[in-house]
Design a protein around this ligand. Structure first.
Ligand code: FES
Length: 151
């Protein structure tokens, strides 16, 4: 076990975690932030995406101790029911979800993209989301939601 301090969604958390704990494990099990999902656990599906210092990152393959001193944002920190982030609103308005399991990653990846590139080309959006998998095949609706967020 080891002691770490994480800054998540603007709050500091002093935690004692397993030395091998990933950021995803700490977020979900210790901080009860269930926005980021466990999909593949291998950094390949995008379900666990969070922001680290504003960049999209795969929480399932990042050791929790490695993000000490950095800003971690989860879906819960992006917006809430009262004040949803524009990307969250666009995904709701576009009814982009089928099962919804991939949406954390789709929304977090899109929000990071738009923060750095507010008016991306259609190809840039596809490139950014290429590593986020949707088993239901709702990619057309997801791309429509991103278009809505950009407009
Ligand atoms: Fe992290 Fe799949 S669960 S990329």
């Amino acid at each position: 076990m080891r002691d770490i301090v994480l800054e998540v969604n603007g709050a500091r958390h002093a935690l004692t975690v397993d030395r091998s704990a990933t950021l995803l494990q700490v977020l979900r099990h210790d901080l009860h932030l269930n926005g980021p999902k466990y999909g593949c656990g291998l950094g390949q599906c995008g379900a666990c995406t969070v922001h680290v210092d504003g960049m999209a990152a795969r929480a399932c393959v990042i050791p929790a101790a490695q993000v000490q001193g950095r800003r971690v944002t989860t879906l819960e920190g992006l917006g809430d029911r009262a004040r949803p982030h524009p990307v969250q609103s666009a995904f709701i308005q576009a009814q982009a979800a089928q099962c919804g399991y991939c949406l954390n990653g789709m929304i977090m990846t899109t929000a990071a993209l738009l923060a750095h590139e507010p008016r991306p080309s259609a190809q840039a959006v596809r490139d950014a989301l290429a590593g986020n998998l949707c088993r239901c095949g709702t990619h057309v609706e997801i791309l429509a939601a991103v278009e809505r967020a950009v407009a």
